[in-house]
Ligand binder design. Structure first.
Ligand code: ADP
Ligand code: MG
Length: 321
């Protein structure tokens, strides 16, 4: 991209708040970091592609926020503390207004989470952005999908379906208007502090990016257990409740993705501790069910089994790859 590319990298570098564990940040062929003693590194990467993950014309400040937020959410789901990230930008042009807004959204969230940008890549092409994030976890304390136990309570950290409704609003597929749903879609809040607080308490944890059915399904498959959940126990925005009632689609909050709440399982004797943690972090999380021996996901409504039609979001589901 020539001179403009280096101007952009300089602008990014000027916004970085360095961490003491960093030996070398932006500017060389690689970054160099020192892994804090007694810790493992948690590493995750997520890409957002225009047309697939966001609509053309989405506010760039929200895109910058969300790109980092979805990666921080993965770190949170492992119980990791954010340390570093790299930022790969593929842009059709170097529109300074778009870039400034994007970087503002990105770096506001980066600063509040003390995560340092230590490198990246810049290329020209159809708009797509990737972040790789690294966080630290005391050795052996990561929250894995595979450790749920029969008898565990299943929690979610907050309301579901908000992002899905926000997307329908943006696509003019509903007459409901709710800023909270748009915020859930465009400015999700990663549950970073909660994830770390759940170390040593939760048996299993995942962040809900593809919908509760799909993501709780991952916990069940990797832990080789089943679950019973009560659809009426799931916290919902009032607008989502209205949407479900108006469309008759009660499954909507279970299958729509992009909410980035945590779903985690804890032994039942930890309930009091988890409830006060949620309160302390001002989250509307609650118990929605329990882990059972009988494989599969059993959804109850008013005590009766609900037959489900949908699944969560899956890329490539209509292709042969
Ligand atoms: P190289 O050609 O050796 O890969 P680049 O010219 O791509 O190096 O990048 C120069 C430096 O700027 C590297 O340290 C790289 O990590 C960093 N960098 C490039 N693009 C970005 C970006 N979008 N965000 C942050 N750092 C970047
Ligand atoms: Mg490069």
């Amino acid at each position: 991209m020539g001179q403009g590319e280096f101007d952009l990298i300089r602008r990014i570098a000027a916004k970085v708040s360095p961490r003491q564990e960093t030996r070398l940040g932006i500017g060389d062929d690689c970054a160099l970091v020192q892994i804090p003693q007694g810790h493992e590194l948690a590493i995750t990467v997520d890409t957002m592609v225009e047309g697939t993950h966001f609509l053309k014309g989405t506010n760039p400040r929200h895109l910058g926020h969300k790109l980092l937020a979805v990666n921080l959410s993965d770190l949170a789901a492992m119980g990791a503390e954010p340390l570093w990230c790299t930022l790969a930008l593929t842009l059709p042009d170097l529109d300074p207004i778009w870039i400034e807004a994007f970087l503002e959204g990105f770096f506001n969230l980066a600063k509040s989470h003390h995560i340092e940008v230590i490198g990246g890549d810049t290329t020209q092409g159809p708009r797509a952005m990737t972040v790789q994030a690294l966080g630290k976890i005391p050795i052996g304390e990561a929250l894995r999908r595979s450790h749920a136990k029969v008898g565990d309570l299943i929690y979610i950290s907050g309301p579901l379906g908000g992002a899905g409704l926000g997307l329908r609003m943006r696509q003019n597929l509903t007459t409901i208007q709710d800023k909270a749903a748009i915020d859930a879609l465009e400015c999700p809040t990663p549950r970073t502090a909660l994830g770390q607080a759940l170390r040593g308490i939760a048996h299993a944890c995942i962040d809900i990016s593809d919908g509760l059915l799909a993501d709780l399904g991952h916990i069940l498959n990797s832990s080789e257990v089943g679950a019973t959940i009560d659809i009426e126990a799931i916290p919902l925005l009032t607008s989502v409740r209205s949407y479900c009632a108006a469309t008759g689609d009660m499954e909507f909050p279970l299958t729509s993705g992009d909410d980035y709440e945590l779903c985690f399982t804890v032994p039942s004797d930890q309930r009091g501790r988890v409830d006060s943690l949620l309160k302390q972090h001002q989250l509307e999380g609650r118990v929605i069910g329990e882990i059972v021996k009988n494989k599969g996901l059993h959804v109850l409504q008013g005590g009766r089994p609900l037959l489900l039609k949908g699944k969560g979001y899956e890329h490539f589901k209509n292709s042969t790859t």
